[in-house]
Write a protein that binds this ligand. Structure first.
Ligand SMILES: NC(=O)c1ccc[n+]([C@@H]2O[C@H](COP(=O)([O-])OP(=O)(O)OC[C@H]3O[C@@H](n4cnc5c(N)ncnc54)[C@H](O)[C@@H]3O)[C@@H](O)[C@H]2O)c1
Ligand SMILES: CCCCC[C@H](O)/C=C/C=C\C/C=C\C/C=C\CCCC(=O)O
Length: 256
């Protein structure tokens, strides 16, 4: 399916998975706003995208997702430049167990702020064209592991619950929105080098058991969620053993 005419915003997209998701959207014809706290890396990523896909296809905005003001300004600048928005990917995340409050502010607060701003910008009830909000959690948001980052795990469980709850909102059809959560297992990006010393030996044991995804498989899982237009509230894991798998909630939600 072509994404020509669609506009996407991806947080934490200067490198790693966010950069790879952005490039997958560009390859399918979308315009992408790359946002990140890393200014020079974000600008270099966008310069590279503009060379490959066209100078009007990508832009960079510096945005710390933990700052509600900066995030709000980012949406404004994007809309002023690209005119509309169709896809928001709340991808930015950190693994810093020594700073649980920052971990909550970025991994969960950033996803909540980004989702709330996305709802305002995309919802047909607010003058938007409808669209898709994909929040990036982790398999650690569905299954807690012994000694693997409790603060990180808590935030990722939060991302799954927060997003599923929005997907069950009874007004979702009128809003024209679709929500999805992507839960990758270990994937070869720089985040693997950021684990706190206390957890690193156990993390290595987990990696030996579970394996590591190449970025490309996680991008396949991401594009599955973009393309599955019938699906609202999908939670998909990407693991090196089982590939791309959809997950239901352990208990069904109550009927309205
Ligand atoms: N790589 C993995 O093993 C793995 C597995 C599961 C889930 N994830 C999740 O995928 C997402 C992307 O991770 P990655 O592996 O690409 O990591 P990464 O460290 O390579 O990239 C993360 C990006 O987020 C940016 N960032 C950090 N704090 C930010 C903030 N406050 N505001 C805006 N940008 C910020 C960083 O500058 C960086 O560019 C994260 O949410 C992570 O939790 C990663
Ligand atoms: C089962 C939990 C999986 C959680 C994945 C999580 O969302 C992201 C984790 C990020 C970092 C993990 C940190 C360290 C891993 C340890 C070693 C990496 C070894 C790298 C290599 O062998 O190349």
């Amino acid at each position: 399916m072509s994404l020509a005419g669609k506009v996407a915003l991806v947080t934490g997209a200067a490198q790693g998975l966010g950069k790879a998701f952005s490039e997958a959207l560009l390859k399918r014809g979308a315009k992408v706003c790359v946002t990140d706290v890393k200014i020079s890396q974000g600008e270099a990523t966008v310069a590279d995208f503009q060379r490959q896909y066209g100078s009007d296809k990508a832009m960079f905005i510096k945005c710390d997702v933990a700052s509600a003001d900066e995030f709000e300004r980012t949406f404004k600048v994007l809309l002023d430049n690209f005119g509309h928005l169709d896809i928001v990917v709340n991808n930015a995340g950190i693994l810093k167990e020594h700073d649980p409050i920052r971990t909550i502010s970025v991994n969960l607060g950033g996803v909540m702020t980004g989702t709330n701003l996305a709802i305002k910008a995309l919802s047909k009830e607010h003058g938007g064209r409808g669209g898709l909000i994909i929040n990036i959690a982790s398999v650690a948001g569905l299954t807690a592991q012994a000694y693997f980052g409790p603060a990180y795990t808590g935030t990722k469980f939060g991302v799954v619950g927060f997003t599923r709850c929005w997907a069950f909102n009874p007004h979702i059809e009128k809003m024209g929105l679709r929500f999805a959560v992507l839960c990758p297992s270990f994937t070869k990006t720089d985040i693997l080098n950021s684990m706190d010393a206390l957890y690193i030996d156990d993390a290595h044991k987990l990696v030996a058991q579970l394996g590591i995804n190449p970025v490309s498989t996680v991008v396949d899982g991401f594009m599955e969620l973009v393309d599955n237009e019938q699906c609202n509230g999908a939670v998909v894991t990407v693991t090196s053993k089982e590939g791309i798998v959809y997950h239901k909630q352990p208990l069904a939600p109550s009927k309205m």
